[in-house]
Design a binder for this molecule. Structure first.
Ligand code: SAM
Length: 243
C-alpha cells in the first residue's frame, strides 16, 4: 500500500475506501497482522494493524515502521510511440512495477491520431495506473510521464538536450539490426530505450533516432507485440545492468 506523505500522522495512518477493502476482504487481515507499506517518493516498511472495522464503510488503522529504501533506483527510461489506450494502461502499470524513471510518449507516423484523445492520457489517470504498478512492486518512486505530439520537434529539439543524461540509447527495430545480446554489454550508466508503434517505425524515424545517437537493436526473429517488446527489452537490460 502506497501512502501520500500527508496521510501519516505520528507514524500512524487511518485507511478507508479501496485500501481498507483490500486489507479486510482480499488480505483477510486481523488486528496485529503486518502489511507492506511505502510512502510516495519515500521509504518502505511495515504497518501493524491496530484497529480494523469490517463493516462498510471499512477502515483500518496502521502503526508504521518505515525505514528501508525502495528497490534500486531505475536507470532505464523509455521512449514509446503512443500505443492504443488499453495497451498503454497495461504498459504503464507494468513499467511502474518493473521500475522506470521516465516514460516519453511520442508520436510516430503509424500512431493513430485518435489515441491522443484517450482519457488514459490525463495526468490523474496515468498516475492511478502508475501507483497501482508501484504498489504491486512495493516501490515508491513515481515515474515521470511526458507527452510529445510531434515526432520531429521531439527528436530535433528535445532529444539533443536529453541525450547528455544517457550512457546508452537503443531503438528496438525488427529486421537487420544486430541482436540486443551482441550490442549491449553489462555496465553502469543510464539507458534510454525506444519502442515503436504497432505498425513499426518508418525509415525516416529509425534514421532520425540513429542520427540522434540511438543504436538500432533486434530482439530476435519473432515480431513481438508492443507491450511484449517493452517488457522483454526492459528485462534484458535490467538483468544485465544489475549483474
Ligand atoms: N511490422 C512492424 C515492424 O516491422 O516494425 C512490427 C512492429 S512491432 C509489432 C512494434 C514495435 O515493437 C517495433 O517497432 C519495435 O520497436 C518492437 N519490436 C517488436 N518485435 C521486435 C523484434 N523482434 N526486434 C526488435 N524490436 C521489436
Amino acid at each position: 500500500i502506497l501512502l501520500d506523505p500527508g496521510e501519516v500522522i505520528d507514524q500512524s495512518v487511518l485507511l478507508g475506501g479501496r485500501r481498507a477493502d483490500h486489507i479486510v476482504k482480499i488480505l483477510r487481515a486481523q488486528p496485529g497482522d503486518i502489511v507492506k507499506i511505502g510512502i510516495l517518493n519515500g521509504k518502505i516498511g511495515y504497518g501493524t494493524i491496530k484497529e480494523l472495522n469490517r463493516t462498510p464503510p471499512r477502515s483500518v488503522r496502521l502503526q508504521l515502521d518505515l525505514r528501508h529504501d525502495p528497490p534500486g533506483k531505475p536507470r532505464i527510461d523509455l521512449i514509446l510511440a503512443l500505443p492504443r489506450p488499453i495497451m498503454l494502461k497495461r504498459i504503464v502499470h507494468q513499467l511502474a512495477s518493473l521500475g522506470i524513471g521516465r516514460l516519453y510518449l511520442i508520436n510516430a507516423a503509424k500512431v493513430e491520431k485518435s489515441f491522443w484523445e484517450a482519457s488514459i492520457l490525463d495526468q490523474d489517470n496515468l498516475r492511478q495506473h502508475l501507483l497501482a504498478g508501484l504498489e504491486q512492486a512495493v516501490d515508491t518512486r513515481l515515474p515521470e510521464v511526458s507527452l510529445h505530439r510531434g515526432f520531429r520537434p521531439f527528436v530535433e529539439n528535445l532529444l539533443p538536450q536529453l541525450a547528455a543524461r544517457y550512457d546508452r540509447m537503443l531503438v528496438a527495430h525488427p529486421g537487420d539490426a544486430d541482436h540486443l545480446r551482441s550490442v549491449f554489454h553489462p555496465g553502469p550508466g543510464n539507458v534510454l530505450l525506444a519502442v515503436g508503434p504497432e505498425g513499426g517505425w518508418n525509415d525516416f524515424e529509425v534514421r532520425s533516432l540513429a542520427e540522434a545517437g540511438f543504436t538500432p537493436v533486434s530482439l530476435g526473429a519473432r515480431i513481438l507485440r508492443v507491450e511484449t517488446a517493452v517488457i522483454v527489452l526492459h528485462a534484458m537490460i535490467s538483468l544485465v545492468q544489475e549483474a
